[in-house]
Design a protein around this ligand. Structure first.
Ligand SMILES: Cc1ncc(COP(=O)(O)O)c(C=O)c1O
Length: 378
């Protein structure tokens, strides 16, 4: 008798395993030790895993604070009852200052005009606004260049409504085995932190380590680490295997909706990029790029059916794609297909999909997670 497992979510089942998320956090906690605070980075809807479910799970597991990109994310977390510090990593727009202060959100700060409006709003609300001054030590992205830090701090000294809660920087290449640039950034950052403290600014929390640095550059942990990708179970570096056991949190499954035998010379999908070299059995799957399954995966990589790899044939369409099952006996309509996750003793990881599409696991998570209905497993 042919067993067919029903997918719980219709044609496309994107599952988020909150137990794995908790496991990864606890691995991180143990790895860092009790002296280092952990900021869980849950921007971009927790890298596609869902802001609130991830926030609640990580909060219960003991995250000291959260990092998000947008004011709206911070406000959602506050409305959900998350009371630990939340840092708006990209800062705010001037018009967002009132809401940020009212909700006690920490703000990454690098613009004098924002410092002014934030202080003004704090004064109005009779509160202190907590800020983390963002320093560009070599990422070449957001933040003050080291030479701009002192004039900026002088300005802050005249704004008593602002509390300097942190100094923040970001690594550009902590995922490389060659750590020389990372080391250079770290030394530059630490020297600034030392000077800021020596000049009477108290002890703002210093933080620079992302997942790759957390796992590979122990002395970069400083007061706090900011963990993103490792919480979601993907190794942050392709060059250095993680020293802790990370469990993938996201999986994606679908089912075969048609099996068809086509002759040699048949043209498969848009633009005729695959012509069958001989008689071929295909399975048609109801997943495509509207589900975040990248069109760059056309003719690249495979899915798993009955624990066996089934290669992608032709272009990935908006809602459909074709895989070859000639070598997998007995495939039928309704069979479960794993696009991300494990089947038998084989597993497809976000890094596999990323390598085929020429991108990184971060993007795979964001695209899949934010394009599909998420089913949560506790
Ligand atoms: C400022 C900042 N800190 C920390 C992180 C977390 O990085 P990762 O996901 O590599 O741990 C990110 C993610 O992009 C970030 O932008």
């Amino acid at each position: 008798m042919h067993e067919q497992v029903k997918l719980p979510n219709g044609m496309v089942d994107l599952a988020i395993d909150l137990t794995a998320l908790r496991h990864n956090f606890l691995q991180l906690r143990q790895f860092c030790g009790p002296g280092v605070k952990i900021m869980a980075v849950i921007k971009a809807d927790a890298y596609g895993h869902g802001l609130l479910p991830a926030g609640r799970t990580l909060s219960a597991a003991g995250a000291d604070c959260f990092g998000v990109a947008y004011l709206s994310e911070g406000l959602s977390l506050r409305r959900a009852g998350i009371s630990v510090p939340i840092l708006l990593l990209m800062g705010i727009l001037p018009e967002e200052a009132a809401a940020a202060v009212a909700a006690d959100l920490d703000v990454a700060l690098f613009r004098p005009d924002i410092a002014q409006v934030l202080a003004a709003q704090a004064r109005l609300l009779n509160k202190k606004a907590r800020v983390h001054v963002k320093i560009d030590t070599g990422m070449g992205r957001l933040g003050l260049l080291p030479a701009q830090v002192w004039p900026f701090l002088e300005q802050l000294a005249g704004l008593p409504e602002l509390e300097l809660a942190g100094l923040i920087s970001h690594f550009a290449a902590a995922d490389w085995a060659d750590q020389s640039y990372t080391q250079q950034q770290l030394e530059g950052f630490q020297e600034l932190v030392r000077q800021v403290r020596a000049r009477g600014w108290g002890a703002p929390a210093s933080h620079i380590a992302n997942s790759a640095a957390i796992l590979d550059v122990h002395h970069s942990h400083l007061d706090m680490v900011r963990a993103g990708i490792m919480l979601y179970g993907s190794p942050p570096s392709l060059e250095t295997p993680p020293p802790v056991e990370l469990r993938p949190v996201m999986s994606l499954r679908t089912q075969v909706i048609q099996v068809k035998d086509v002759p040699a010379g048949a043209s498969i999908s848009y633009s005729r990029t695959y012509i069958t070299p001989g008689p071929v059995r295909l399975a048609v799957l109801p997943v495509g790029y509207c589900n975040g399954y990248n069109r760059l995966l056309s003719n690249q990589g495979w899915v798993l059916i009955k624990g066996q790899p089934a290669p992608i044939r032709g272009r990935v369409c908006m809602n459909l794609m074709m895989v070859e099952v000639t070598d997998i006996p007995g495939v039928r309509e309704g069979d479960v297909v794993t696009l991300l996750g494990e089947d038998g003793d084989r597993r497809l990881t976000a890094d596999d999909l990323a390598a085929w599409a020429g991108t990184i696991s971060y993007e795979v998570h964001c695209l899949l997670g934010n394009s599909n209905f998420r089913r949560y497993i506790e």
